[in-house]
Design a binder for this molecule. Structure first.
Ligand SMILES: Nc1nc(=O)c2c([nH]1)NC[C@@H]1CN(c3ccc(C(=O)N[C@@H](CCC(=O)O)C(=O)O)cc3)C=[N+]21
Length: 288
């Protein structure tokens, strides 16, 4: 048996079509063009790929997009001042500060992210949006986990009552994924670096999400036959070689469905960001 390949491009296309349609309504009915500002501090080759893909997606959907490149030596105060301006800028409905930040301001990451107006927080990283996710109130949800859940639903993978195991406990992927799966009535377990018997826990999963940041960490022996395997990893192991957190070639022989890297979750992330920008613009219109 060989797994069904869940192509990111197929699902990303559907998310983008939906975002484009809603952006059209905002434009034609209300004269609002959704706008996104991305702040990049310093240079990081991986970040540049992401920012380029995002910019292309905005152009295709008629979303206004501004990339604000700040020098490596930017101070916390300078960055906060830039965020304050964007918070007040009526053309900008979504603000994203590209992570990771350079070393001298990385320690202030929380303070920086908390400065973004929660209504414009299209990454869903602000504590107000995190709280809404945990309590089940409507809010902006982190793009990567939100995209994975929507993909699984569109692919017809059942979640209700299923065992889901998430490997990784980051604020960006692991923790929001836990809450989104829980909201779909899955039984969720989080595994991390201190977990004992990780492989045997992973093997119980009907849905296995890998977000550990270790190349090919998930091997075939850790996967239940027929499971849906979602690979959130993006590991550059050579200048032009990208691999996920899942050993794709061996796991595809065991899994029922699997996302590739590249061409999987990364594409969903960009498409979900477009949806979040449109959602932010819709919410700001209703509040105004
Ligand atoms: N505030 C913030 N929000 C983020 O969402 C965020 C971030 N910072 N920092 C970096 C990570 C990483 N990330 C990616 C998204 C899409 C691709 C992507 O489009 N990948 C394609 C192409 C990969 C390639 O060719 O290199 C693929 O997987 O097929 C990659 C990376 C968003 N991130």
């Amino acid at each position: 048996m060989s797994a069904r390949i869940l192509e990111g491009s197929v699902f990303a296309r559907q998310f983008r079509d939906d975002a484009g349609r809603r952006a059209g309504v905002l434009r034609e009915t209300y004269g609002i063009t959704p706008g996104l500002a991305v702040i990049i501090v310093g240079s990081n080759p991986a970040s540049e790929v992401y920012v380029r893909n995002k910019h292309k997606a905005c152009e295709e959907l008629g979303i206004y997009s501004e990339v604000i490149a700040m020098p490596e030596e930017t101070t916390k105060e300078q960055l906060l001042a830039r965020i304050d301006e964007l918070n007040l800028n009526p053309r900008i409905h979504g603000i994203l500060v590209q992570l990771p930040l350079p070393d001298q301001i990385a320690a202030h990451e929380a303070e920086i992210l908390n400065r973004i107006d929660p209504a414009k927080d299209v990454d869903g990283f602000h504590p107000v949006n995190v709280g809404r996710l945990v309590t089940g109130e409507p809010g902006l949800v982190p793009c990567t986990p939100a995209g994975c859940i929507r993909m699984l639903e569109l692919a017809g993978v059942p979640l209700d009552g299923q065992r889901a195991v998430v490997i990784g406990r980051s604020n960006i992927v692991g923790k929001p994924m836990l809450h989104l799966l829980l909201a779909k009535n899955a039984t969720v377990t989080i595994c991390h670096s201190h977990t004992r018997n990780l492989a045997s826990i992973a093997r119980e999963a009907d849905i296995l999400v890998a977000a550990v940041g270790r190349p090919r960490f998930v091997t075939a022996d850790m996967v239940k036959p027929g499971a849906a395997v979602v690979d959130v990893g993006i590991n550059r192991i050579a200048p032009k070689k990208l691999v996920g957190d899942v050993d794709f070639e061996s796991v595809r022989e065991v899994a029922g469905a699997i996302t590739p890297v590249p061409g999987g979750v990364g594409l969903l992330t960009v498409a979900m960001l477009m949806q979040n920008v449109v959602q932010a613009a819709e919410m700001q219109r209703k509040k105004a």
